[in-house]
Design a protein around this ligand. Structure first.
Ligand code: ADP
Ligand code: MG
Length: 624
């Protein structure tokens, strides 16, 4: 037996490590299992170049929990270590790496930035173990088995023991405050989280399964190895090896509780100037854009790193699902480091471009397919256009507008379509839109009668997109179909003729002002066509848009706090106005006006409570 002292300056760095890593203790398992994977792959590589001539056998890694003994064991059949190598790689290098880490961070008060994602490697075992034992037999000919024991103080012991299986077995004697790591289900959950796609088979005990028996009809329940991972996930294969079906199956393997099929996928495969593989899926997005819990997963050589990619990839990409794997994304750093890392930035830019290319490809090669998915990807694409200039530059050629006839147009196509009718006296193209084809039905119908086209923008988020388009498209304005009377919504230099004299128009205006709530409805008398409605409600595009955006959190809370107001447009050319002016006494005039105004409010769902009750009473009295 040999004893030694770990070469560290700090007397006892374990308590410090423990404190710093408090929230992320579980990563010890990822670290130990990935060491086992490394050791297995190294031996396979040595065999590949003829450096190792012995039997490789199956490179399986076993994880075991023994609640009685209070141990957790990780066993591999990799290249193993001699006693000297343990002292060198574990006691000296790994420990000094850990010490360096402590020196760097012990004075930092904001530990959360540090805790993020970094690996302390082997050392992290001491976050949960009060004693760690390494039993190892090196692949090298004539090696003797080694047992290394360390209880968390810088002293360790090393002795020679008899071992007959090549590889390394790490035994953690779990500390009292970490006994939850002796629960089978907890360990299985962690293995599935971090090790689901590691490239070497990982066995976690056995499980019972129904298996068809040869020569018999029945399935029989037998014990089978409980293999945690899929060592060859789809993204590690070449696109040419995979069928559509395989991509879909992999999607469900990644997200077992999602039943929706993805719309389409992008297989990423880059060697230069950085290394990146992965598969991204476009899910159907729901309108509310609720924060997704099934996110893109980031891997580094098949080791799970994180699925919290916010602020690491552009925001809009976090709506996608799938896997990104890059050895160039450093595992052992904090989030804030990741955010500023040059490689990570290049990778983000690359993905953004690939996503735009893919959409463009579908648009160019299969327009009907593209139109078919547009409603589902629209929010995603618009969000990308709003937040990433590079994405906008590509997407402006395939971003679509859908009109109320359900026909799709690119921005250029649409301007071309409406240019005959929808250019106002200042030369601006006016694009009319509706956010609700039901409630704005009469406005839409009236616009169409005039030969105008109306597009659909039914998402609250569209207000911001409209702002973007107006800032990017030349001489183009978007106006909601109920923002003005159809006559005025696109201002042209056409003279309007009035049947009423100016004096009569003033009188009719005054009658209506008496019967409506002036704070909410501003009365305006206008010369519309005789066949138009007698009374119309409109809401200024500007004010409404500002309110909508402030409600979405656009920082314009001033507008959000203003009361909602409308214009009550009186059509002076409608025969009803002549009737109100010239028939009956004052009371009768007001009754008619009130009835007509209420009808207009009713048609917009604005007549409520007592006003509605009174309206119904008056109507009944009228028909009696
Ligand atoms: P890293 O994996 O980043 O090198 P670690 O602290 O995880 O850092 O491990 C330190 C070293 O210990 C490894 O580089 C390797 O040489 C050795 N090692 C750790 N675990 C094993 C193992 N299961 N089999 C063989 N060698 C191992
Ligand atoms: Mg390691």
């Amino acid at each position: 037996m040999q004893t030694g002292k770990i070469n560290v300056q700090t007397e006892n760095i374990f308590p410090i490590i423990k404190k710093f890593l408090y929230s992320d203790h579980e990563i010890f398992l990822r670290e130990l299992v990935s060491n086992a994977v490394d050791a297995s792959q190294k031996l396979s590589a040595l065999a590949g170049i003829g450096e190792y001539k012995g039997e490789l056998g199956e490179m399986i890694i076993e994880v075991e929990v023994n609640p009685k003994e209070k141990t957790l064991v990780i066993r591999d059949r990799g290249l193993g270590m001699t006693g000297e190598e343990i002292v060198k790689y574990i006691a000296q290098i790994a420990f000094s790496g850990a010490e360096e880490f402590i020196q760097k961070y012990k004075d930092k008060t904001d530990t959360s930035a540090v805790i993020g994602h970094f690996g302390l490697g082997f050392y992290s075992a001491f976050m949960v173990a009060k004693q760690v034992e390494i039993r190892s037999l090196s692949y090298k000919e004539g090696s003797k088995g080694a047992l290394w024991t360390c209880d968390g103080s810088p002293e360790y012991t090393l002795e020679e023991i008899d071992l007959n299986q090549r590889g390394t077995e790490i035994t953690l004697r779990i500390a009292e405050d970490s006994e939850d790591f002796l629960e089978r289900s907890k360990i299985e959950g962690l293995l599935k989280k971090y090790c689901k796609f590691l490239p070497v088979k990982i066995k976690f005990g056995t499980k019972k399964e129904f298996v068809p028996q040869e020569g018999e009809e029945k399935e029989v329940e037998i014990e089978v190895e409980n293999i945690i991972n899929n060592p060859t996930p789809a993204w590690t294969k070449k696109p040419s090896e995979l069928k559509e079906e395989d991509y879909k199956n992999f999607y469900h393997e990644l997200y077992p509780h999602i039943f929706d099929e993805p719309l389409f996928h992008i297989h990423l495969n880059v060697d230069f100037p950085f290394n990146l593989t992965g598969i991204l899926y476009f899910p159907k997005l729901n309108k509310s854009m609720e924060v997704q819990k099934d996110k893109i997963q980031l891997y580094s050589r098949q080791v799970f790193v994180t699925d919290a990619l916010e602020n690491i990839v552009p925001d809009f990409l976090t709506f996608l699902r799938g896997v990104i794997d890059s050895p160039d994304i450093p595992l052992n750093v904090s989030r804030s480091y990741l955010q500023s890392d040059g490689n990570v930035k290049k990778i983000s830019a690359h993905i953004t471009k690939k996503v735009a290319d893919k959409l463009e490809e579908i648009f160019k090669n299969n327009r009907p397919e593209f139109e078919g998915i547009w409603d589902d990807i629209r929010i995603f694409a618009q969000y990308g256009m709003m937040t990433e200039d590079k994405f906008y530059d590509k997407a402006k050629s395939f971003a679509l507008l859908k009109n109320t006839e359900k026909a799709y147009y690119t921005l250029d196509e649409y301007k071309e379509k409406v240019k005959a009718n929808q250019i106002d006296k200042n030369g601006n193209t006016i694009i009319l839109y509706t956010n609700n084809t039901e409630t704005q039905h009469s406005y839409i119908a009236s616009a169409k009668e005039r030969g105008y086209d109306v597009i659909e923008f039914d998402n609250p988020f569209d207000a911001h997109y409209i702002q973007l388009l107006e800032s990017k498209m030349e001489k183009t304005q978007f106006v909601r179909v109920d923002a003005n009377t159809t006559d005025k919504i696109i201002e042209k230099d056409e003279p309007s003729i009035s049947k009423l004299s100016d004096e009569e128009k003033k009188q009719i205006g005054e009658i209506f002002e008496k019967v409506v709530n002036k704070a909410k409805y501003q009365v305006q008398v206008e010369n519309l066509s005789e066949t138009d409605s007698p009374i119309l409600l409109t809401q200024s595009e500007f004010m409404r848009r500002m309110r909508d955006m402030s409600q979405m959190g656009g920082g314009m809370s001033f507008y959000g706090s203003l009361p909602e107001t409308y214009n009550l447009i009186i059509n002076s050319n409608h025969p009803l106005m002549t009737k109100i002016l010239h028939e009956g006494d004052e009371q009768k005039k007001e009754n008619f006006a009130k009835q007509a105004a209420d009808l207009a409010l009713l048609s917009q769902g604005l007549l409520k409570g007592e006003d509605l009750t009174n309206f119904v009473k008056r109507s009944v009295a009228l028909i009696q």
